[in-house]
Design a protein around this ligand. Sequence first.
Ligand code: 0A1
Ligand code: ZN
Length: 885
Amino acid sequence: MDIATTPTNPEGNPELADAARTPHQPPVILREYYRPFGWLLPEVKLDFDLGITRTRVRAELTVQRNARADRADVIRLNGDGLKPVSVTVDGAATDWSMDGADLMVPLHGDSHLIVVETEIDPAANTQLMGLYASNGMLCTQCEAEGFRRITFFADRPDVLSTYTVRMAGEKAAFPILLCNGNRVAEGDNADGTHWAEWHDPWPKPSYLFALVAGDLVANSKPFTTVSGREVECNVWVRAEDLARTDHAVESLHRSMKWDEDVFGREYDLDLYNIVAVSDFNMGAMENKGLNVFNTKYVLADPDTATDGDFDAVEGVIAHEYFHNWSGNRVTCRDWFQLSLKEGFTVLRDQLFSQDMRGEAVKRIEDVRILRAAQFPEDAGPLAHPIRPDSYREISNFYTATVYNKGAEVIRMMRSMVGVERFRAGTDLYFDRHDGEAATCEDFVRAIEDGAGIDLAQFRRWYAQAGTPRVTVREAVAGDSLVLTLKQHVPATPGQPDKQPMPIPLRVAVHSRLGALGAEQLIVLAQAEQSFTLPLAGPDPVVSINRGFTAPVVIDRALVRDDLVFLAAQDDDPSARSEALQELAVSHLVGTASGELSAGERGAGEAAIIGAFAASLADGALDDAMRGELMLLPSETYLFEVMATGERKADPGAIHTAREGLKAAIGTALADALQALHTRAAAVALDDPAGRGARKIKTIALSLIAAANPARAATLAAQQYDAADNMTDRQGALMVLTGLDCREREERLASFYQRYKGNDLVIDKWFTLQALSLHPDVIAHVRKLAEHPDFTMKNPNRVRSLHMAFAGNPKGFHAADGEGYRMVADVILALDPINPQTAARFVPSLGRWRRIEPGRAALMKAELERIMAAGNLSRDTFEQVSRSLD
Ligand code: 0A1
Ligand code: ZN
């Protein structure tokens, strides 16, 4: 793999390649250099002769000069690691050449037929991009630039073609042959091979191409669309997994119905196939009519999957299904527009899950993810706008910023115009751009026109990186409250100065005597702005950013009593959870930084314990919401808050403070937590209240564990032994894994024996140990890396052990740097095998600038060691160099 030394030119602009290329560095691709491609490729015919170690591909490309582009007398067909076996134009030999990895074919007329043959080795494809082998089957992953690893092509999302695909292979090895669209013909050959021909009537970019060949069985259930068409829906898996596919099929049906009801989108083919594969770099892929999924997001039953896993399956199935309109029918012009499809589709899947599972808890969960994953990205060396301006390797931009902040940005538009006008905007967007490769600008304009709102200033959300900070001042004037808000968007790499952005905030002014104020939406558009709000009564308390209307940090020093009031009384559930988080954050960061006096620490702790006690006793709460209120802020988030301004984060001190608070809560509320655990343990698996009960059961256990490890070990072992579902079993084992006790080894061993051979569950076994707070976690991870079940070739397994460890706040940040060294070693070992996954480890080390000097030096040294190793992939090179800049 020598990607770093043979730069390719993804956009096909020769001038760009030369301008941006410096020796031994992959080129920088700039958004402003976008040019339409010189040729249209309206029709593509592919012929695959399939074999695990040798697959022949014959591509027939009908090409026509693009009247809307600059004239080009050569066509650049992107390749990655390919050698042409033969190339003809209109049936004759041609004077082709290679430019780096790309094939250059001279063309002088207005339309031609190019035929290219290539040969590939799927079994050798450890990157899992292009056509690869997984568990004896063949499958593809083409987004973003994998199609060029199958055949030479104009591999860019603004080139749309209709595909007809013929494939042939051994019937015994590949009884099932699938591709996009509809099967139009199939047959057997006398030599034990068989073939199938597929046609996809919808023009699509190459990144949506997919092919699967393997020994699979389907869980099939037809869906009737709103206009009465019957769609055959299949979830394809290995035979032994079939029993765990019902939830996926049901989730697909719910998604199809919801998109009709809520966004007016009907499915457009007669067939919808989902295939589960166990080797996959990401969660799933929305290939037209043939989604390919990581098994993790398909297979679920109560014995092997937690409630969280069930939710994730439903969410990812929905996400990929919704892409059929937001991504496939309307696709992206270039990869800088990735958030056009991803931000919008994440918003759509979030709204779907809110409708399926309840709005309040889902919203709080999504905000927690945003804070834990996206805020740190926005505050670090890899910060980028949701529509980036440049990249070296697009795989590095499938980020929490593009996905989750992208969703928040569109959610803000929806909050500003309301649900109905937003729908008018999205209807217009789909109508206007159906069949096109569009831009983020097209989306914003459609919302402006369809919803009737001016988004001129709002566009800055697409261009500026960084999480805005809003500071709050309050003054009472007569029977009003004057709220003065100031916004500041911090400097980010390449963007030293920022402009104010419109920040929609739902606010209410309550009275501490109990009267709750009415909610209204204000939009902070200027750098500083005042708003006059009515008072609901004396002693006002402001509830701000209710429902988390804007992805910002609210900077205010609210007195403890006000936070306690909001945590207990606010009528907005996310404001309640925010108030509790704020209470805990200020106490924990104050404690970790040594900024609080002993008296203040005691008062803070007492206030938090009081708020927890109130949540425990509040009969109006259901357990799912109670669980949310009883989750302390993550150490990652505390790290972010501590590293504000000149202050650096001290992960050791954060960990000690947080564990200390857990122990204090566990001690003070020992009886109530025990009672809660006992009550929750009595709720049956299929009771409608069961989910909430399972959630708080494990939260209670972990608080008890911090206070009284011996008691917790007994309780957790009981929970483990009595469990009739994975949620309880995993929760109990999680608590046990962090304790130094006999029950730990016994239950870990019994879990392994019980689930040996079930990859997804064995992944959990690795993860629990890698995430554990056990003092010997580093030694455990080293040993697990030698376990016969461990392999660097399977991304789920790598994530289950090493990625989990990189997120272990204690082990990863071990003061001697051993955790950093281990992660750097993983990056170096994985880079030649699977660069995309290797590069995903870099951000954990990239946070060095915001950390206390001892650890910062150790982290930086590891990044430098990676850089010095040389011959890095484009993926890892880009992430490490940005992290060191
Ligand atoms: N479009 C997919 C994400 C995805 C991106 C790249 C991949 O390559 C390994 C795979 C999947 C989604 O948003 O679900
Ligand atoms: Zn997506």
